[in-house]
Design a protein around this ligand. Structure first.
Ligand code: ZN
Length: 281
C-alpha cells in the first residue's frame, strides 16, 4: 500500500488482522474514502479464514478527530461508490440526500461493523472526538492507553449526538446523559469505570497489550466465537437498541434539516458555534 492510503492492513501474527487508520496529518479524520476503505478492510478480514480476530488501531498522536468536515464534495465522493445509482439521492437541497448519505456511511456502517462475524478490538490512544466514537463503540472490545480521552461535542454544534446513538449502552443512563449533555471529555479511567473500555494500559504498552488481549480470543474456534458474539449482540436488540437508534437518527436529521432551512444550508448551528467560540476566547 502507498503512504497515501487512508488505511494500512496487516496480519501481525497468526489469527490476527490489524487495520490502522492512516491519516495522521489529518488526525485520522474520516472522509468518505476512508469509511468505504474501512468497510472493505473489515470485509477482507472477515473473508480470510486465517483471521480469528480483528484489531482497529490508529497511526499518529490521536485515534481520530471524527468526521472530516473539510470534505468539499461529499456527495460526489459517495457517488464514486455508487456508480449505478442505488438509493443515494441527487436531492441534496431537500432532506433525502443528506439523510441517505448518513444512513449508509455513518449509522449503516456502524451497525454492520457491530455485527461483523468475527470479534473486533479497538486499540485507542490520544483524542477520540465525536465521529471517532463511531469507530470505537461498534467494536466488541476497547483497549485504551492512559492518555486516551473521549468526547461527543455535537451539542456545541446544535446536533443531539453522533449518528450512532449508543451512549446509554456504553455508559449507562446517568453517565450517558452527562457525557452527551455536558459535552466534556471522558478520561480513560472514567471510561473504564463506566464499563466503556475493557483495559487501560500505559501508552508504550498499548500495541502489545492489544495483541495479548487478541491472543486470548484467537485460540477459540472461529464458528464458536461468531455464535458467542452474536448471542451477546442479541442482548442489544432485546434491550431496544434498534428502536432507540432509529429514533435518535431521525432526531439527528431533524436537527441537520432545521439548520439547513434556517442557516443558509448549514448542517449545524453555525450561529451558536460562532457565539460559543467568541465567548471562549
Ligand atoms: Zn450527521
Amino acid at each position: 500500500m502507498s503512504v497515501s492510503d487512508p488505511l494500512l492492513y496487516e496480519k501481525p501474527e497468526p489469527g490476527i488482522a490489524r487495520i490502522w487508520l492512516n491519516r495522521p496529518d489529518a488526525r485520522n479524520a474520516q472522509d468518505t474514502q476512508l469509511l468505504y476503505a474501512l468497510n472493505d478492510a473489515f470485509d477482507r478480514a472477515v473473508g480470510d479464514d486465517e483471521v480469528k480476530v480483528i484489531i482497529l488501531a490508529a497511526k499518529g498522536p490521536h485515534f481520530s478527530a471524527g468526521h472530516d468536515l473539510r470534505e468539499t464534495d461529499p456527495l460526489a465522493a459517495q457517488k464514486l461508490h455508487h456508480p449505478v445509482g442505488g438509493w443515494i439521492s441527487d436531492d441534496w437541497v431537500g432532506a433525502e440526500g443528506p439523510y441517505a448519505r448518513e444512513k449508509e456511511i455513518y449509522e449503516g456502517f456502524c451497525r454492520r461493523w457491530r455485527d461483523l462475524a468475527k470479534p473486533t478490538i479497538a486499540s485507542v490512544h490520544g483524542k477520540s472526538v465525536a465521529g471517532a466514537l463511531m469507530l470505537i463503540w461498534p467494536m466488541d472490545f476497547v483497549i485504551a492507553s492512559e492518555d486516551a480521552t473521549f468526547l461527543d461535542n455535537t451539542l456545541y454544534m446544535g446536533i443531539p449526538g453522533v449518528e450512532y446513538f449508543a451512549h446509554v449502552w456504553e455508559l449507562g443512563i446517568r453517565k450517558g446523559k452527562e457525557f452527551l449533555l455536558c459535552g466534556q471529555p471522558l478520561s480513560a479511567a472514567e471510561a473504564l469505570e463506566a464499563g466503556m473500555v475493557n483495559r487501560v494500559v500505559p501508552r508504550a504498552q498499548l500495541e502489545e497489550a492489544t495483541l495479548a488481549f487478541a491472543r486470548t480470543i484467537a485460540d477459540k474456534p472461529a464458528f464458536t466465537l461468531k455464535l458467542a458474539k452474536d448471542s451477546i449482540n442479541a442482548a442489544f436488540s432485546a434491550q431496544g437498541f434498534d428502536n432507540v437508534q432509529r429514533a435518535a437518527f431521525n432526531a439527528h436529521h431533524l436537527a441537520h434539516t432545521h439548520y439547513r432551512l434556517t442557516q443558509q444550508g448549514s448542517f449545524v448551528d453555525r450561529a451558536f458555534m460562532e457565539r460559543f467560540a467568541t465567548k471562549r476566547r
